[in-house]
Design a protein around this ligand. Sequence first.
Ligand SMILES: [Zn+2]
Length: 125
Amino acid sequence: MHLTLAQQALLKSKLDAMKQDIQAELRQHNPQQFAQDGGAGDGVVTDVLHHDAMSQYLHHHAEWQALQRAQARLSENIADICRECGAPIPFARLEVEPTAERCIQCQAAIESDDQRLHLHPHSSM
Ligand SMILES: [Zn+2]
């Protein structure tokens, strides 16, 4: 772990803010279930959200899962360790993308693999 306490705190608050965004989005898409939110909105909405609808929705929400993983990685002090190769992830990268789990090299390798598959779905035989 190479992050300072201040850097960890910054990442944590970024992740929290992203969670808040998703929860706000949830309420917009399910107004009838979250009708109790009268617009006072000061952070206690989580307790009001309909639990079943929430968990059902979040189960399929990739961004939410990435957030959960990022928070777990942060609490385990491995937020800046690439999950593929173990190299340190620069804080500048985490600052822009708090849910990043790979170093730039591994991310680029994965993305170029994806691109090759998309460009040539039927490889010549
Ligand atoms: Zn890596």
